[in-house]
Design a protein around this ligand. Structure first.
Ligand code: NAP
Length: 342
């Protein structure tokens, strides 16, 4: 066999990169590219990939190809980008002199701008948008747990079609769609909870069970939905209810919400948002790529999104060391006051 190695490269092998790459590696020649600290853990422990439904995949260290040099992506036909959004420009620059001209680059990141950043740096390659709907919990020693459900989505393109079967075969079915901008906005509407969750300091399930925190999320979504309407963007339907009905569902009393939102609450009891993970690790968060996008879209259309702006400011304060727990009454009070100030 003289096939080029690797066939698939994962750039930024952290929670999502290792989970997706670890699965895909059971059906493709995958090279994980990331940091030395992650490489050392994988070399010592391999990977154990589990999920909410009880699935478990073990990958021994010798089955995994993990390197730290981006240049090792040079033979890859499919390149999965899984760094945080702030790291995309640097990764795009590093990939430009390295990748094959016929490589397909799939961004599996949250945020709305990663594909444009990658396309600008990689004009010869095919750069496509993807979306990961589930949370992955990092449990240490190479153990990664999918803590919620959902199907991968990606931009429809003939170059991606050969991989769809492979993704499905390794337990990660992927739907190809023509409306990825609407899909990304729909995901962003759900991710508006990330900052609320981080400031609550509670696991997602506990936080979402409390109405005052849900009212915060509903307020953030209201602002986003108004800005989207002004921009003529209709978010895709990723949940049983259309996006425009979610704020009303979120505002329902706890018992009613518990009954109606069972799928939304089907989350591992320990799962938290990635914004919480970032603050806990002392890292910069992706808040500018989530609530910050709502603020900018509103401004572009002569509107304001003051509750989202307030949440961005609170998360930035926490990034800079002002870490405190916001009780549900305090956070709801702060966001409501921001939204009603003239
Ligand atoms: N985690 C989830 O549950 C989840 C779910 C859906 C979507 N997403 C999205 O998926 C993306 C990735 O999230 P994640 O949670 O997987 O992030 P993560 O765990 O932080 O993984 C990203 C990894 O990439 C590394 N990295 C950054 N720049 C690099 C470079 N130039 N070369 C090699 N490695 C580099 C990071 O190292 P450093 O930390 O040292 O920079 C980190 O180890 C984000 O956009 C996120 O919003 C995450």
């Amino acid at each position: 066999m003289n096939e080029p190695y690797p066939e698939v490269a994962v750039i930024g092998a952290g929670s999502i990169g290792c989970f997706v790459g670890g699965h895909l590696g059971t059906h493709a020649r995958v090279r994980l590219i990331g940091r030395e600290r992650v490489r050392a853990v994988i070399a010592a422990h391999g990977m154990r990939l589990t999920d909410l439904e009880g699935g478990s995949v073990e990958r021994a260290p010798q089955e995994l190809d993990f390197v730290t040099d981006i240049a090792a992506a040079s033979a890859a036909r499919l390149v999965l980008v899984t760094v945080k959004s702030d790291d995309t420009p640097e990764v795009a620059r590093a990939l430009a002199p390295v990748l094959r001209k016929d490589a397909v680059v799939l961004s599996l990141q949250n945020g709305l701008r990663n594909v444009a950043v990658l396309r600008e740096a990689l004009p010869a390659q095919t750069v496509l948008a993807g979306m990961v709907p589930f949370n992955v919990l990092h449990r240490g020693h190479g153990r990664l747990h999918r803590a919620s459900a959902g199907t991968l989505m990606a931009e429809r393109h003939p170059a991606l079609e050969p991989y769809v079967e492979r993704f499905a075969a390794c337990g990660l079915p992927m739907i190809l769609r023509d409306d990825m901008r609407e899909v990304q906005w729909a995901k962003l509407l759900l991710n508006l909870n990330n900052g609320v969750n981080a400031l609550s300091d509670l696991p997602l399930r506990e936080e979402l069970a409390l109405r005052a925190y849900r009212r915060c999320l509903a307020l953030l979504q209201d602002e986003a939905l108004r800005a989207l309407k002004a921009a003529g963007i209709r978010p895709a339907r990723l949940t049983p209810l259309p996006a425009r009905w979610l704020p009303s569902l979120l505002r329902a009393p706890d018992a009613v919400f518990g009954l109606l939102a069972q799928r939304m609450l089907a989350i591992d009891p320990l799962a938290r948002s990635s914004t919480w993970d970032d603050l806990a690790a002392g890292r910069r968060t992706e808040i500018e790529h989530i609530n910050g996008e709502v603020v900018r879209l509103a401004e572009q259309h002569g509107m304001r999104a003051p509750a989202n702006a307030k949440l961005v400011a609170l998360v930035h304060a926490a990034e800079q060391g002002d870490r405190r727990i916001w009780s549900r009454e305090e956070l709801w009070g702060a966001l409501r006051a921001a939204a009603s100030a003239r």
